[in-house]
Design a protein around this ligand. Structure first.
Ligand code: NCD
Length: 358
């Protein structure tokens, strides 16, 4: 599972139903993955995603292997991603992988003999966070369409926001409020997805200007580790902070979500507000991931999707794309929602003529 949008709404529905059942009847599921192994390959730091995946597999009766610091694996000896995946996929029934470069999990999937799940690929996508987010909304709001959804903070590098917007454009009547500085606005390809879905989209430069309209406010941290320089980060940090004062203007049933970790974008005083759902959201994540693992292991529902890839013909010029590091990868492309030829791995538009590697 590289991108949640590769799956149908029926498949999402059955995942959400299963997650709900697991949440209410945990004991019925304790042996369902007995004898199965999940590998967690985390090339980048994680608390919730890694531990909730591991807890999910253990609660299903399965076992786990893996690393949470590539320095302790053969990566530090110079092994390619391709070789690591070829080996680990022979040891496990499912791989869960996080990596700092965009498109890395798609690249890994080309060499994996077992299903592989994207647990975050650089600033690109984070589909299982979105599964967590929609499972939370499905439980709290009992609907996934007809909502005014504010996303705030680092919309450029925040992979959770990209996956969430892609997912929520699939439900009718959602309107997006993109709250960021111009420097941290959503990438073009995400904008195109909103536009071509026909959803309304409003750009805002402050929380105060739109909080009264919102049904959901999705706060995010400024992704310090993805900035080119510390100075560039310093200019952006602390711009958006949700506090009790701003919440006075909000609806009484606003859902405040955050993928966490929080840095300074939500004041601690907000935590006790009944609209603050981010800790609950993290709990829902484990059940959503239990459902996902079970579907992958027991079901062929999430297997074999149509391959829409084509020869790319040129190098991707995105400096944060996996093809910059793993140079043996085939140049592959796909056509995006607005007809542009994009890198199959990271979704960046490909240059019309071969360029120089950056
Ligand atoms: C997010 C991530 O890793 O993208 N965290 C998470 O998985 N819950 C958000 C973040 O790091 O800001």
């Amino acid at each position: 599972m590289i991108d949640l949008n590769d799956y149908t709404l029926e498949e999402w529905n059955s995942l959400l139903k299963l997650a709900s059942d697991i949440r209410l009847n945990q004991r019925a599921y304790i042996n369902r993955c007995e004898g199965r192994i999940m590998a967690t390959l985390f090339y980048e730091p994680s608390t919730r995603t890694q531990m909730s995946f591991q807890a999910a597999m253990l609660r299903l009766g399965g076992q786990i292997i893996g690393f949470d610091n590539p320095v302790n694996s053969s990566v530090s000896k110079g092994e390619t991603l391709m070789d690591t995946i070829r080996i680990v996929s022979g040891y496990s029934d499912v791989i869960v992988m996080r990596h700092p470069l965009e498109g890395s999990v798609k690249a890994a999937s080309l060499y994996s003999r077992c299903p592989i799940v994207n647990a975050g690929d650089g600033g690109h996508l984070h589909p299982t966070q979105t599964l967590t987010d929609i499972f939370t909304l499905y439980n709290i709001k009992q609907r996934l369409g007809g909502m005014n959804i504010g996303v705030c903070g680092d919309l450029k590098y925040g992979r959770t926001v990209h996956s969430l917007i892609k997912a929520m454009t699939r439900f009718p009547g959602n309107r997006f409020y993109l709250i960021s500085t111009p420097e941290l606005a959503v990438p073009d390809y995400i904008k195109q997805i909103i536009t071509s879905s026909g959803a309304d989209c409003i750009e805002a430069s402050s929380i105060e200007s739109c909080i009264g309209d919102l049904d959901v406010l999705y706060m995010t941290r400024i992704q310090r580790e993805r900035f080119a320089t510390p100075e560039a980060y310093e200019k952006q940090k602390g711009v958006f902070v949700l506090d009790r004062e701003k919440l006075k203007k909000a609806k009484s049933d606003l859902a405040i979500l955050h993928p966490l970790p929080r840095v300074d974008e939500i004041e601690f005083a907000v935590d006790s507000d009944s609209r603050a759902l981010y800790f609950k959201q993290a709990e829902f994540g484990m059940f959503a991931r239990m459902a996902l693992i079970l579907k992958i292991i027991e079901d062929d529902l999430l297997e074999k999707k149509d391959d829409d890839s084509m020869p790319g013909g040129v190098h991707c010029m995105n400096a944060r794309c996996i093809t910059q590091q793993e140079t043996y990868l085939p140049q592959l492309a796909h056509i995006d929602a607005s007809g542009r030829k994009c890198c199959l791995y990271c979704d960046e538009e490909l240059p019309p003529k071969p360029g120089i590697r950056v």
